[in-house]
Structures are given as C-alpha cells and as structure tokens.
Design a protein around this ligand. Sequence first.
Ligand code: NCD
Length: 304
Amino acid sequence: MRNLINILDLTTEEIEELIAVANDIIANPAKYSEKCRGKKLATLFFEPSTRTRLSFESAMYELGGNVIGFSAAQNSSAAKGESVADTAKTISCYADIIAMRHPKEGAPLVAAMNSTIPVINAGDGGHNHPTQTLTDLLTINREKGRFNNLTVGLCGDLKFGRTVHSLITALSRYSGIKFVLISPEELKLPSYVKKDILQKNNIEYVQTTSLEEYMPELDILYMTRVQRERFFNEEDYLRLKDSYILTMDKLATAKSDLTIMHPLPRVNEISVDIDNDPRACYFKQVLYGKFIRMALILKLLEVE
Ligand code: NCD
C-alpha cells in the first residue's frame, strides 16, 4: 500500500506517469467517469481549505466515486481530544483512501502509520504540500514542456510556505535548475531545505530581498501569500504581509513567456489586473489540480 506524504515518495518516472494520465483525463474525461465506482475518499481537513479539499472531492466524483469527511477540526472528535492515530484507524473502517490536512507537521505521516488505507498529505503545517506540487508540475509541463533548464523565482513567505518547500524538493531532481529565492530577511527558506535539498543536490540558488533584481532571468515566477496562521504575533504579520506585490510595471523587464504561478489563495501579492495577462497561470493551476488528483487517486487505489 502506498501513501503520499512527501513528494519524494514518488519517483520522477511515477510523476511523469501521473502527468501523462492527467493529460489523458483532460483529453478524454468520459473514459474515467466510472473508474472509482463504489470507492470512497475521506477528506479529513483540520485546517481551512477551498481548492485542495474541493478539488479532491471533485476529482473523486468525476471518477464515479463517493466522498465523506469533515472540513474543520471542531466538527470532528479531535475537538474532544481524539488522537490522529485513532482517527486514522477509525476512518480506515469507512473509506478506501484518505486526504488529510493538519496544522501539525508530521500528522499525515502519523495517520499513515496507523491506517490500513492509503493516506495523502494535503498539507501539514509549514512543512509539505505534495499534491500542490503535483499540480504545479502539471502546470509547468503544460506551459513549458520541460522540467530541466529552468530559472524559477519563488517570492514571499519561503519560511512557512509549504508549497515552496515541496516544489523546491521536486524540481531539485532535474538538471539545469536555478532558484531565485525572494523574501524578507525574516521569511527566508528554512536552513534544513537549503542543506538537505539545495546543497545536497548541488542546485544553484541566490537569495535576494528584491522582486525586480532577477526578473529578466526568470522562466517561472511563483508568488506566495504570507502565512498569517503560522505567525507568533499579529504585529509581525502586519509588518510583513505586503512585502511583495506583483504589479504590471514590475513585469516590464520580464520575459514575454514568463509563467506566473501562485498556489492561491491570493491576498494582495498579485495585482488583479495581471489576471488577464497571458502569462498569468494561477487559475489554470486550479483546474489542473483536479486532474492530477484524479490521476493520483487512481494510482493509489491501484485502479487500472
Ligand atoms: C496553499 C496551502 O494550503 O499551503 N494553498 C493551497 O493548498 N492551494 C497555499 C496557502 O495557503 O497560501
């Protein structure tokens, strides 16, 4: 039985297979509409979500399956003090596969160790978010057609942004990758990601506080929200929240085929007048997220 806790749980070949299946689902959706008939997905969300939870649920419905679950910790027995381990044992009696989001780093791993059905990490604290990364990789595949030889700017909250940690981890397995890490001093990429991923794999990177400095070099610009819920005090959040706002004039020196991405939700980081620019891909990411999750569910349920 397979789980997806960290993006490295999948080989690059498996990721390519998932992307191929997702592209086939986009081209031939009817072929897949009965594949999960009689199967149940449980979405266990102990933290807010719009896209991740609803794309998982849409994915399961479009495969002909059913969905159970909860969308807030206070609606579950966690509010009475139940452990993640006991919740996982319980849900194993009801469903065929679990997608879990939790504010504590490592909670989905604990669930996987106590579950008899596959567990997917749908975001654990400020740690990882592998299915957002699959979404991002499908987007990069469709926009750029390659994962090699890309200069990728990541901007915003690189400290707490779990989507950033998982995306850097995934792209570090390809060649010719260069990262431009754009953040305020206080929100720099954690040293464990730099050491265990970037330095270990000899990946080229620069750190800067300027959004404009490397703009002309970027193939991809991945904007992120300052993660308010991970801050110890509101004052720091208020001081840092508008550190970077991407506006049309800041794009003046950008490549004409720059791919602008954002995992969403957007707060202020991207001016809404960029939404209609052909380089804006964040709403395409939303759509692709459903298709890659369909492919992932099929793989983990071992459906042919
Ligand atoms: C992200 C998350 O939950 O980490 N959202 C998402 O799943 N698309 C990013 C964020 O909340 O800022």
